[in-house]
Design a protein around this ligand. Structure first.
Ligand SMILES: [Zn+2]
Length: 88
């Protein structure tokens, strides 16, 4: 996701903002954009190769990488952790 401020194209920092996911730059912290979610409480992957998919439809290996390497807000991280537990 390209940051218009520092031109870094990297995985953004995701945080929950009302019914939306807010993406901010992992380098400079600048707001990039809101990512609309299909309905509240239902996290839909907003970027990457699984964009638009629900957590349960994404393979655990990918989620583990995301979980370990991307700064994600607590609530979304919790959802990913729940999803990973189901897969073990
Ligand atoms: Zn930036």
């Amino acid at each position: 996701m390209l940051c218009l401020n520092c031109k870094t194209d990297s995985l953004p920092v995701l945080s929950r903002n009302g019914p939306h996911i807010m993406a901010t730059c992992s380098e400079c912290g600048r707001y990039i954009k809101f990512l609309a979610q299909k309905k509240d409480g239902d996290f839909v992957m907003p970027f990457g190769k699984h964009k638009g998919k629900k957590l349960e439809d994404i393979d655990a290996g990918y989620l583990q990488i995301l979980h370990d390497h991307v700064r994600i807000s607590g609530r979304i991280k919790g959802l990913i952790e729940e999803r990973l537990k189901k897969d073990i």
